[in-house]
Design a protein around this ligand. Structure first.
Ligand SMILES: NC(=O)c1ccc[n+]([C@@H]2O[C@H](COP(=O)([O-])OP(=O)(O)OC[C@H]3O[C@@H](n4cnc5c(N)ncnc54)[C@H](O)[C@@H]3O)[C@@H](O)[C@H]2O)c1
Length: 239
C-alpha cells in the first residue's frame, strides 16, 4: 500500500498544484523555457521512493530527505544527479520546504506516532499555493498542521498552503490496490491455510513479526510500550 500511496502522492500533488484546486498554477514538469516544480520528499522509504520515481518521471526538480545515509546513498546510485539527496535535520527540512512547490511526507518511526517535522511556523512562511501531501497521516501525520481527511473532501488550506491528508489513499485506486495487496498477501494466506495459524507463525518469521495480539497478550513490543501494557514475546505463546 505504501507503493500505491507514494505514487499517488505525486498524482494528487500535481492535481492540487493546479490553480482551480487552490494550487500555485504549476505544471510539475514545466515546459521548455519554464522551470519545473520543486518537489520535496521527506522520508525515503517505500512511500518516498515511489513518490520519487513518479516525480522524476514527470520531470520535477526533486529533493529527498532521510535520516538514513545508507538509504540516500542507494537512491543517489540509482537516480544520480537527477535528484538531490539531503540528510534530514530540522534546519535542512526548513530550508527545503520553504523553497518547495510540493512536499510529500512519508516518514515512519515503527510503532510510534510520526514526528512533526514540518512545523506551523514553516507552513506560515511557505509559498502560497504550495501543496503538502501528508502520507504519514495514518500514523498521526508528519506536519504540525495536518489532520486526517477523506476522499470526499481531501484538502484544506492553512495559510494558503493546500494540505492533502487522506488516511486511506489506496482506496481511491481500489482495483490497483486490491491486486497489489493480493500479490503481497496470498503467499501468507496459503501458508496459514496449509499449516494452521500456530505452526505457520512458528515457522515463518515474517508472519510472526506481524503478530500484534495473541491469546489476549500484546506481542508487539512497540505497541505494548505505546499503550502502557505488558509485552509478551510471541515465541513464548507459540511454543
Ligand atoms: N495515507 C495512506 O493512505 C498511507 C498508505 C501507505 C502508507 N502510509 C504511511 O506512510 C508512512 C511511510 O511508510 P513507508 O512504507 O514508506 O515506511 P518506510 O519504513 O519504508 O520508510 C520510512 C522512512 O522514514 C525515514 N525517517 C524516519 N524518521 C525520519 C526523519 N526524522 N526525517 C526523515 N526521514 C525519516 C526512515 O529512515 C525511512 O526511510 C507510514 O506512516 C505509513 O503508515 C500511508
Amino acid at each position: 500500500m505504501s507503493e500505491v500511496a507514494g505514487r499517488m502522492a505525486i498524482q494528487a500533488g500535481a492535481t492540487y498544484l493546479e490553480k482551480e484546486h487552490g494550487g500555485r498554477g504549476l505544471l510539475i514538469g514545466g515546459v521548455p523555457g519554464v522551470a519545473p516544480a520543486h518537489v520535496v520528499i521527506i522520508g525515503a522509504g517505500v512511500v518516498g521512493t515511489n513518490a520519487l520515481q513518479m516525480a522524476v518521471g514527470l520531470g520535477a526538480r526533486v529533493t529527498v530527505l532521510d535520516k538514513s545515509v545508507d538509504r540516500l546513498r542507494q537512491l543517489d546510485l540509482v537516480f544520480g544527479n537527477r535528484i538531490s539527496t539531503v540528510y534530514s535535520t530540522a534546519a535542512s527540512i526548513e530550508e527545503a520546504v520553504l523553497d518547495a512547490d510540493l512536499v510529500v511526507g512519508g516518514v515512519l518511526v515503527p510503532g510510534a506516532a510520526a514526528p512533526k517535522l514540518v512545523t506551523r511556523s514553516h507552513v506560515s512562511r511557505m509559498k502560497k499555493g504550495a501543496v503538502m501531501v501528508d502520507v504519514a497521516i495514518d500514523q498521526g501525520g508528519c506536519f504540525e498542521t495536518s489532520h486526517a481527511t477523506t476522499h470526499t473532501n481531501p484538502t484544506y488550506l492553512v495559510n494558503g498552503v493546500v494540505h492533502y491528508c487522506v488516511a486511506n489513499m489506496p482506496g481511491a485506486v481500489a482495483r490497483t490496490s486490491t491486486f497489489a495487496l493480493n500479490n503481497a498477501t496470498i503467499g501468507h494466506a496459503l501458508v496459514l491455510a496449509d499449516k494452521g495459524w500456530k505452526a505457520a507463525l512458528r515457522d515463518n518469521e515474517h508472519l510472526r513479526s506481524g503478530l500484534n495480539i495473541c491469546q489476549g497478550q500484546v506481542t508487539y513490543e512497540a505497541v505494548a510500550h505505546a499503550l502502557g501494557l505488558p509485552y509478551v514475546s510471541a515465541d513464548s505463546l507459540l511454543a
